[in-house]
Design a protein around this ligand. Structure first.
Ligand SMILES: [Zn+2]
Length: 61
């Protein structure tokens, strides 16, 4: 008997749409909050947000 694989779902915090588990998230599914990279950049949640500074000068030389 073949069982239908169950894929966990989450609600994207950016677009509020449900999205299913993806293979690429198998390692960090717990941390996934956005259905796509696009939503990740387009996040507009007014709650605690993480700010990413891309302009910071790196001292890795
Ligand atoms: Zn989304």
């Amino acid at each position: 008997m073949h069982k239908k694989p169950f894929l966990p779902e989450k609600i994207c915090v950016a677009c509020s749409r449900p999205f299913a588990w993806r293979k690429k998230w198998e390692k960090n599914w717990d941390e996934v909050k956005y259905c796509s990279e696009r939503c990740r950049r387009n996040k507009n949640n007014q709650n605690g947000d993480i700010q990413i500074r891309e302009n910071a000068s790196s001292k890795n030389g």
